[in-house]
Design a protein around this ligand. Structure first.
Ligand SMILES: *Cc1c(COP(=O)(O)O)cnc(C)c1O
Length: 401
């Protein structure tokens, strides 16, 4: 059998095989060097082989790997304290291993909250087209993407999907049956679409009017990616959620997720209502603490904003230079993409040949989510490679929507 034949065919990786990473670069066995502008899809927030993270893992690995949540885990208390200090609305945290599990916990918390408040019929979750919340049963039903639901049996009732940005549909649909509205402040998989701050505030007001909870999925846009520790912090306190899911970048490559909720809401999740064997294990939460301490520094976040402004300006320049290839620059901070007029997956493959690792997203978007430690030199290097790619892409057939 060929290599990979023993794996599910859910992924189709390219021939390049990376064996080592250093900062913003990945290396193959032959030491070919690639500029990493996707960071394992917004995960390796501090790049590869970061000395502080390696040290944290080494120290913890020498002490204790795992206990299960049957026992006290000091680094969980510390990390939960850090998140709640950073988010004034937040009161309690449940740690998970992944984004999907953090969303599962958020959905369970919202429904249980209404149930315990004497309103068990209030279970409907509203989401929007282009949403992505993970690949478990609850989260594919929450996301509502027909491609991800197909062939997996009956859809789970209790999820309603509305057109992204359709305010009227939302006003008409939200009701006393609505448990929560679930949104990504910046849509990732759906094509890097940020929700304007004014809309987040409107959403908050609308939820309040109907006694619905507001849940943010910051799995991709959190962890400093937009220049705030969490993306919704760009809006002022009028857009704070009731529950939030985080993962990806908060673990920097170590599997870690978190469901963070207001105290009075989280309180309903008492012993026996939820659990996880690994969630928040000592290794994961030790890494989470080190990452939080680095990314939450104001100077670090300022440098993300500075670099992302430069990146955006350079990308807008590329758009002017290649109007036949690039339709629009999208995203926020270092979660940035280009909606293309040529097939994004082909341009992505072209970039990989030229040793730039990028991603793609829905709506024919070339997606980039580089490590947050990139500087202007890396941006220039990426722009140089992309320029060559777009020169070739001009010859490609147009992408039909
Ligand atoms: C990746 C992602 C998830 C799912 O996270 P996993 O760790 O893959 O389960 C959920 N929501 C958003 C916005 C994501 O980008």
């Amino acid at each position: 059998m060929a290599q990979g034949d023993r794996l599910y065919d859910c992924y189709n990786p390219p021939a390049q095989e990376f064996v080592r990473g250093e900062g913003v670069y990945l290396y193959t066995e032959n030491d070919d060097k690639y500029l990493d502008f996707i960071a394992g899809i917004a995960v390796s927030s501090l790049g590869h082989n970061h000395p502080a993270l390696v040290e944290t893992v080494r120290i913890q690995a020498d002490k204790l790997w795992h206990l299960s949540n049957m026992f006290r885990i000091q680094s969980q208390y510390e990390l939960a304290e850090k998140y709640c200090d950073c988010l004034l609305w937040a009161g309690k945290v449940f740690f998970t291993n992944s984004g999907a599990e953090a969303i599962e916990c958020a959905i369970k918390t919202a429904r249980r909250y209404h149930h315990d408040n004497g309103d068990p019929g209030k279970y409907e979750i509203i989401t929007f087209t282009g949403a992505f919340h993970g690949r478990t049963f609850a989260t594919i039903n929450a996301g509502g993407n027909p491609k991800y639901l197909k062939g997996f049996g009956p859809v789970i009732p209790g999820f309603t999907h509305l057109e992204f940005g359709d305010h009227d549909a939302l006003q008409e649909t939200i009701s006393d049956k609505t448990a929560a509205v679930l949104v990504e402040p910046v849509q990732g998989e759906g094509g890097l679409r940020p929700i304007p701050e004014v809309c987040l505030k409107g959403l908050r007001k609308l939820c309040d009017r109907h006694g619905a909870l507001l849940i943010y999925d910051e799995v991709q846009c959190g962890a400093g990616r937009t220049g705030k520790f969490f993306a919704h912090q760009w809006a002022d306190r009028d857009a704070e959620p009731d529950i939030m899911a985080a993962a990806k970048g908060i673990g920097g490559g170590f599997p870690l997720g978190a469901c963070i909720a207001r105290e009075e809401i989280a309180k309903v999740m008492v012993a026996g209502t939820h659990g996880s064997t690994y969630g928040g294990n000592p290794l994961a939460t030790a890494v989470g603490c080190t990452i939080f301490d680095i990314i939450s520094q104001p100077e670090f976040l300022d440098s993300v904003t500075k670099t992302s402004n430069f990146l955006k300006q350079q990308f807008e320049g590329l758009k002017d230079q290649f109007p036949d290839v690039i339709a629009e620059i999208r995203g926020k901070g270092l979660l940035i993409g280009m909606k293309l007029k040529k097939p994004a997956v082909d341009v992505r493959a072209l970039a990989l040949e030229k040793r730039l690792v990028a991603g793609s997203a829905g709506d024919n978007v070339l997606r980039m989510a580089p490590p947050l430690i990139i500087d202007e030199t890396h941006v220039r290097e990426a722009v140089g490679i992309l320029t060559e790619c777009f020169e070739s892409a001009q010859e490609m057939e147009d992408f039909s929507l």
